[in-house]
Design a protein around this ligand. Structure first.
Ligand code: NDP
Ligand code: HSE
Length: 402
């Protein structure tokens, strides 16, 4: 029998217990031994819960119990999750986590600590919820030189954008629904401002390159400035507004960005809706591949955590190699990156727009007192300078580059 402990009995943590209960037979068979939840660490008690008798409030009870060999860290946040995870790893206990904030901040250090203590730090649930993406990157795609990762990596914002586009729901009501469904972060600013997607692309970029990509260095914009008018124009152009998180290698340089993009039907990410996420990966010999599924929510995320538990159980005290070093990967500024932009401007500024940007494509979508246009490909820096000089500038959205 393998005894495990769950740190944090919230949405994901309670899902871990439920998945183990629901799929007990198949999980035990695949793990090679019975998996039993011995402890649940939380700040609160859960009277009436079938697992109420396993709840403890002192982490040391768990850390000092030699029977516990695997921890599911589903508390979230940096501290005390970091301290507890390090203590567990140093005690030779493997840790499986859904906590992308912690993985993005300390992934390489936690993996090294696991290696030094002949155990594992696994984080399949930290990106894309229930989508298998960490294991494919660590195992199935290791022969590839990856040139591009482009993903819809946040369920809450994809839910909001889908509902704003399809049924005209407001930003606020869509966010409230996403919160009620358990998709959003405790502080939803992390979702809507793009910080969560930024941490996730930093994790994927670190696995892509084997070095640490600092999420603070990634240019990040959220969806809070997207309005109903933007969807009118998108519909007119037969394009879709998606919050993309991208890392691209070009001539030995790495460019990363998180921002809303207008994408067309040729991009397979265009049809990824609601809470679903998808990760598009281009490898130099494989070509294109895509990974799709539920990007947030209790059971899909818990399923990914439990898959890590099974992996740990199967490997005992063998460390599963994960190439992610502490050395930093320098990112190139996006200033020099060229792409087309969609711009909204006040009626009357078309001539100025032509003078500044040259051959523009005008779009009218019935929004009063304004028009839209698409620029030719132009560097981010040059675009920002020209926009600052455009009278009546309202807003802009990037078009995906080829
Ligand atoms: P919740 O807030 O629902 O659950 C966190 C739980 O941990 C709460 O019960 C909380 O207690 C408890 N907790 C917090 N601090 C401590 C502490 N110091 N000691 C013991 N228990 C503590 O969050 P989620 O389950 O939604 O998310 C957990 C992690 O998983 C986060 O990192 C999140 O980003 C990630 N994640 C979430 C997904 C989702 O769909 N919800 C999907 C993928 C990843 P209390 O409520 O009393 O503070
Ligand atoms: N808040 C996150 C999201 C949870 O909406 O995608 C999954 O990481």
């Amino acid at each position: 029998m393998i005894s495990i402990a769950v740190f944090g009995y919230g949405t994901v943590g309670s899902g871990v217990v439920e998945v183990i209960e629901k799929n007990r037979e198949v999980i035990d068979k695949r793990a090679g031994e019975e998996i039993r939840v011995k402890y649940i660490l939380d700040l609160r008690d859960f009277p009436g819960d079938p697992y109420a008798d396993r709840v403890v409030h002192d982490v040391n009870v768990i850390l000092q119990d030699p029977e516990v060999s695997i921890i599911c860290e589903t508390m979230g946040g940096n501290e005390p999750a970091f301290t507890y995870s390090m203590q567990a790893l140093k005690a030779g206990k493997s840790v499986c986590t859904s906590n992308k904030e912690l993985v993005a901040n300390h992934g390489a250090e936690l993996i090294r600590t696991a290696r030094e203590n002949r155990c594992n730090y696994l984080f399949e649930a930290s990106v894309g919820g229930g989508i298998p993406i960490i294991r494919p990157l660590n195992v199935a795609l290791t022969a590839e030189k990856i040139e591009l990762i482009s993903g819809i990596l946040n369920g809450t914002t994809n839910y909001i954008l889908t509902h704003m586009a399809e049924d005209g729901s407001s930003f606020e009501e869509s966010l409230k629904e996403a919160q009620e469904k358990g998709y959003a972060e405790r502080n939803p600013e992390a979702d809507v401002e793009g910080y969560d997607a930024c941490r996730k692309i930093a994790i994927l970029a670190s696995l892509m390159t084997g070095k640490t990509v600092c999420y603070e260095e990634i240019h990040t914009e959220g969806i809070t400035k997207i309005t109903h008018e933007d969807f009118l124009y998108a519909e007119k152009m037969n394009l879709f507004i998606k919050l993309l998180a991208r890392i691209r290698e070009q001539d030995g340089k790495y460019y990363a960005i998180v921002a809303p993009f207008l994408i067309g039907e040729k991009n397979p990410l265009h049809s990824v809706n609601d809470v679903f996420n998808a990760i598009f990966i281009r490898g130099n010999t494989l070509g294109d591949s895509m990974y799709y599924g539920r990007g947030a929510g209790k059971l899909p995320t818990a399923s990914a955590v439990v898959s890590d538990v099974i992996d740990c159980a199967k490997h005992g005290h063998t460390h599963i190699v994960c190439l992610w070093e502490e050395e930093k990967l320098p990112l190139s500024s996006i200033d020099g990156f060229s792409r087309r932009f969609f711009v909204r401007a006040a009626e009357g500024s078309e001539e100025a727009a032509r003078e500044l940007f040259g051959e523009i494509e005008r779009i009218d979508a019935g929004a009063a007192g304004e028009f839209g246009f698409v620029t030719p490909a132009i560097s981010e820096k040059e675009f920002a300078e020209k926009c600052a000089a455009l009278p009546g500038f309202i807003s802009r959205i990037r078009l995906e580059e080829a």
